[in-house]
Design a protein around this ligand. Structure first.
Ligand SMILES: N[C@@H](CCC(=O)N[C@@H](CS)C(=O)NCC(=O)O)C(=O)O
Length: 104
């Protein structure tokens, strides 16, 4: 799995979650101005919107949006206890994530 991120950007949330979960991920930095990764790859060919974060799963699927990536990481690594699975605890956590990212 690979997480595309930029320094000092909102992708830090997904990066921290992956660290906390102990996920086996490669972290690939994207320069937000040039839209190139540090090894020179054209990020726009990977993700035409050019935004971070972007998570590439081992099967090649791409996930964007912090709110979606955070939920994916929490579900994939339940032992890290990043999310609550009781309905009345999960709903307020979802509200916090969606509000934080301007969805609600
Ligand atoms: N709603 C998206 C926002 C993604 C986003 O806007 N990322 C910013 C960094 S915080 C970005 O890639 N900006 C580069 C640009 O606008 O060119 C999310 O939460 O993942």
């Amino acid at each position: 799995m690979e997480l595309y991120f930029s320094a000092m950007a909102c992708s830090l949330a997904s990066r921290i979650a992956l660290y906390e979960a102990g996920g086996d991920a490669r972290f690939i930095e994207v320069d937000p101005k040039t839209k190139r990764t540090l090894d020179g790859a054209d990020y726009l060919k990977i993700y035409p919107l050019g935004l971070v974060p972007l998570l590439r799963l081992d099967d090649g699927s791409l996930l964007s949006e912090n709110a979606a990536i955070l939920q994916y990481i929490a579900a994939r690594y339940p032992n890290a206890e990043l999310a609550q699975y009781d309905d009345m605890q999960r709903a307020p956590a979802a509200m916090a994530v969606f509000h934080r990212h301007g969805i609600a």
